[in-house]
Ligand binder design. Structure first.
Ligand SMILES: Cc1ncc(COP(=O)(O)O)c(C=O)c1O
Length: 344
């Protein structure tokens, strides 16, 4: 409610990196997704959204949906207090499955497809060649807005996966890292989407329409975003972080090769992770089926007891602007010891 000049700098910087013309700030990435979805439903007049199986986009009711064994949309494991059955609000497809994507959009009731450009929350699942081109063509053809959630995939570069690969979504959501520890989210949208929003919302209603929040865009948050984007998470920082990610990947791959371990390591810019399977997963279900919570817990504890703190779920590491080559090599050494114990 009380904008500062930092909002201009932060908005300009997000536009430079990710593309969309207009930006709104929120307090979390969850809220950025909620607000983007509400606006998408409003301007398209359609009730549903489409997400990928095993997605995570924050605590957004419509996204807490998975495919059941028979392909029907069901509540995801852990979903509590769902207001309605997720099948009423949501269509779900596997990542990298363009046929399913087309089949679900053909119903004509999908306001927006909300997607991470590469899955990260179930484990890293990379898009196959042509997947994004197909998604963009299908969403345009069926009048569905495309929302890229870059909250995690910003690890691919200063403009996230979208910037690194020249993607052109209608809306883009982000949060977390851009505040450097201060709670923040943001969503951007194209000029065309902006015109549609403008034409369909009375100015007097804009703060009660479900896309507000008293403290959204507050001075502290925007100062943090400005400082983070212009001084910490800079192009130069990515130029250091991504090679560190490659070093981490090469270290893990070398250990797996030396010990003949049937695991795979995948990298997405400055983020990398190993999977308990010989080939990279094609979709969330493949990754989920090869998870092993006990083995993960062992590996986390093994690393933690030797001074390396992994993310507290699956086997993912993210290089930060403060990470050094010595940190990466320390992980490789600790990982090698664990593999030695497990595989001899
Ligand atoms: C892709 C993605 N989007 C949105 C969110 C929600 O972020 P927050 O918890 O900051 O609302 C998350 C959280 O992990 C996420 O991984």
């Amino acid at each position: 409610m009380l904008p500062t000049e930092d909002a201009i700098v932060a908005g300009d910087e997000l536009r430079r990196r990710f593309g969309p013309r207009y930006w709104q700030f929120t307090l979390t990435a969850t809220d950025a997704n909620r607000f983007a979805i509400r606006l998408a439903r409003h301007i398209t007049g359609r009730p549903k959204i489409l997400v990928h199986n095993h997605n995570y986009h924050g605590s957004v009711d419509e996204t807490f949906a998975w495919l059941g064994p028979d392909g029907a949309v069901v509540k995801r494991r852990g979903n509590i207090g769902a207001p309605v059955e997720p099948s009423e609000t949501t269509r779900v497809v596997e990542f990298n499955d363009l046929d399913a994507f087309e089949r679900e959009l053909a119903h004509g009731d999908v306001a927006a497809a909300l997607m991470e450009p590469a899955l990260t929350n179930v484990g890293i699942v990379l898009p196959e060649p042509g997947y994004h081109e197909g998604v963009r063509e299908l969403t345009r053809r069926h009048g569905t807005l495309l929302i890229n959630d870059e909250t995690h995939t910003i690890c691919a570069g200063p403009g996230g996966y979208t910037g690194a690969h020249g993607l052109v979504p209608d809306m883009l959501t982000i949060g977390k890292t851009i505040g450097g520890g201060i709670p923040v989210g943001a969503y951007g949208f194209t000029e065309e989407v902006g015109d549609r929003i403008h034409a369909s919302i009375e100015r007097e209603d804009s703060d009660v329409g479900g896309i507000g929040g008293t403290l959204a865009g507050n001075a502290l948050t925007l100062a943090a975003v400005r400082a983070t984007l212009t001084e910490v998470l800079t192009d130069e920082a990515f130029a250091r972080m991504i090679p560190l990610g490659a070093r981490w990947e090469a270290g893990v791959a070398g250990v797996l090769r030396d010990h003949d371990v049937p695991w795979h390591v995948t990298r997405l810019g400055a983020r990398a992770e190993y999977h308990f399977m010989p080939d990279p997963p094609r979709n969330g279900s493949e990754q989920w089926a090869n998870g092993d919570p006990d083995l993960e817990r062992f590996l986390h504890l093994w690393a933690m007891n030797r001074g390396v703190l992994m993310t507290p779920f699956h086997n993912m590491a993210l290089m930060s602007p403060a990470t050094t080559e010595a940190d990466v090599d320390r992980h490789t050494a600790v990982f090698a010891e664990a593999v030695e114990v497990l595989f001899g």
